[in-house]
Unconditional design. Sequence first.
Length: 601
Amino acid sequence: MRLINVRVFLDIEEGKRVPPDTNVLEHCNDEQLANMKYAILSHCWGAAMEEINFREVEMLLKMGSSDRKKLRQRRGYQKILKSCERAYKDQLKWLWVDTCCINAESSSELSEAINSMFRWYEGSEKCYAYLHDVEAEKFPTRRNEKLGESGGWPKWFSRGWTLQELVAPSVVQFFNQHWQFIGDKNRHTHTLKEITRIPSCILQYGLDADRLSVAQIMSWAADRKTTRVEDRAYSLLGLFGVHMPMLYGEGKNAFHRLQLELIRTTNDHSVFAWDRKAMGWSGSVLADDPGFFRDCDDVVKMEPDEYLDALKEGGEEVHTTLEEPLRTYSVTNAGIQIWLPLKRSRGSHSLFEARLACRRSLDSSPITIMLASFKSNYYRHFGHFQTIHGATAEFRLIYLAYREETRRKDCTFKFDDRAITCEGFVRRCVFPREVGLTGNSLTLSNIHHSASIVYANSKTNACFVIAVGYCLGHEWARVIFDPPAEKATLQRPPGILDPSWYAYVEQAYSPTTISPGHTHCIVQARSSAVTHLPGEGGLCLMKHAHLPRSIKGVQIFYQRLPQPSTCLITIDIIQCTGCCVAPDAWQTLDGVWYFFYWVRD
């Protein structure tokens, strides 16, 4: 760790004679640091050209007068100067400032500094928090509409790195843009709790003051921002007491690595308690961003005995021999190996409810999440879910997927529905509205993973939905007829272009279209087929479903086209033979014949 010699820095500023071999920056090891009292600066970085770096401070004594004059005019220099003046007033001989006490040109030194930073802030005598956008002479206690970009509070409270800089030091003093003292952490605990959602006891006494869950600490960082994506994870290392190498350029994978490191060092299930708030999404059990933990500020970790007692109180059959396996789970190349109680969803063999060993602070029941089984792994799932009434959860040793299946940025479905217009069926709407059709093509993205197209015949009062989606690296499609029983009383709009069709579809159909089970059906059919057309779209799959109260059925054909990430869905109305297979069962056809039939037609 390098520290600024406060007296030397001020002597240079005042133009006093300083021996040329004097060091402005002094290097000290951990043993020396334990006997040194130092101040530390916490601030929001300005433009790179305004901040003072390691090389510039190191060369301060050797600079010519003109270069030194230019340096003094920069805002970064003034922050260091004012911090030194404050430290000198507080009778502290040393000061640490992140902009100039770390040689950022050395990746090893930068990595060491980031992994040690929480400890450095924790060991400081005083931390000076410089609020550059506060003009008032009092600490802000209300939101200011002029600070809209940072939620109405000073920018310092919205940055990622300043979270640990608030929690770690025992003494944090706040200064306005004129370097006037406006309050400290202990005096403004109530306001700081409102701004940051950090409990008062943590602000006053540190992280050891309460039994904190992983999810709760993550929630403090949910709305904070960093210049580099990777720093969203790196700025949390000290709060969790873990160490990781810095790999700038890895993007969101840094946050994935942090979660895996936490899984290796703790048996806290709350790391899985995040919420994406996106219907129809299935993927890794690891969150992409701290923002997914936004609503987890009251999540509490449960010890194995408390967890098992809560399950018993909920009517689950639990064996006492399970307590020991629940104390550990591990990261393997097959997934995260863990024991969890699973309860199957009604109408699905691939969706399960899992109860985690964590709870809300005012609730004794374990938090539940949804899991989707696909191949040999279980994935996090968000969508419509209803467990089987009276079913008992079964403890299983499962593997949670922490790597995404191969995903495309976009997936395009082309629709050929010309044949059904002859039968009086008209396309009513596409849901969600934001997806829409371009010609006869519909493109799904990471934002919208599924879509429903409604077809209706006003003469026969018949209606069906073609639902398509992209899940776990694979496309799926299905036919849906009447809405679920509890929604069957919904009134269908009479008009072809009636805008209330969107509301009808949202209420009656969209929740039922979301299931990894449909993906499994189509993957299973593709893998078991013999017919294949390399390079030209591959095999063709067909499914047939009977139209209720009719002698006819809906037949759809699915085929991948030569264009990347593009599928063809052809829809037809045929005379029903009365031997309809299950609506989610696919049959294989000759891909060569069908592909060229569609192109020719």
